[in-house]
Design a protein around this ligand. Structure first.
Ligand code: ATP
Length: 229
């Protein structure tokens, strides 16, 4: 079943156009990699999906609902679980308070989140602001899971983290895919890691969908052409 369809999406920052026609579809249970060089529109696409930025043309359908005109909190309630770029957690609150504040009914609760990220259990009473960058990222993912999303959206979740912590985050993403079948939209710079977890890929070039297909078909040629690696 198709969970998400974005068709012909355009978007602007003031008078400056950032998206010129983004198309993507995501099936239930699928891990989709959204790729492209810096500034090609990945974060802006995610912002239109989560309603942090309105789109101008095109249509977004999520789980049978048209998203046009919905405010972000209503879109979140439909099951869009965003882990934003730059991992925003509530610094003065404890780990536990951060998780509880995000909670919505469903299978994901404190016990399940701390089983996925044992460090969060160990640091349950600690102020979020005093966690390491990697632990804050785990907390940001934990918060999104506590909302019991239909779609988990990870925008550069491993950015700026030490290799060992990065590996822990990727391991968690693999577990989410293999053990829970959660639908995931993932933006990340590591083609190698994406190749191991994503089912399909969408490549953006200058605010447009330039290529879409199975992750296995993202060849070195394609990567050279669109990703500059
Ligand atoms: P990155 O990997 O650098 O985050 P990206 O693919 O996510 O890149 P976007 O951040 O979506 O790209 O940026 C798409 C375009 O929109 C770029 O040309 C960027 O300069 C522009 N842009 C992004 N944010 C803003 C903003 N707040 N105001 C004006 N222009 C913006």
């Amino acid at each position: 079943m198709t969970l998400l369809t974005m068709e012909g999406i355009t978007a602007f920052y003031g008078h400056s156009q950032a998206l010129f026609g983004v198309d993507l579809t995501l099936a239930e249970g699928e891990v989709l990699a959204l790729m492209g060089r810096n500034g090609m529109g990945k974060t802006t696409t995610i912002r239109t999906l989560t309603r942090l930025l309105p789109h101008r043309d095109g249509a977004i359908r999520f789980d049978g609902h048209a998203l046009a005109g919905l405010p972000p909190h209503r879109a979140a309630r439909l099951g869009l679980g965003l882990v934003p770029e730059g991992r925003r957690v509530f610094a003065p609150l404890s780990v536990e308070e951060n998780l509880i504040a995000a909670a919505r009914p469903g299978p994901w609760d404190m016990a399940r989140v701390t089983a996925l990220f044992p460090r969060l259990g160990e640091r349950r009473a600690q102020r979020a602001g005093s966690l390491s960058g990697g632990e804050q990222q785990m907390l940001a993912i934990g918060r999104a899971l506590m909302t019991n999303p239909r779609l988990l959206i990870l925008d550069e979740a491993t950015e700026g983290l030490a290799p060992l912590i990065r590996a822990e985050i990727w391991a968690a993403i693999h577990r989410l895919k293999d053990e829970t079948g959660l639908s995931i939209l993932v933006v990340d710079k590591s083609l190698k890691e994406l190749a191991q977890v994503a089912d399909r890929a969408v490549i953006l070039e200058k605010g447009r969908t330039a290529w879409a297909g199975p992750m296995a078909d993202v060849t070195q040629d394609l990567a050279d052409r669109y990703l500059g690696v």
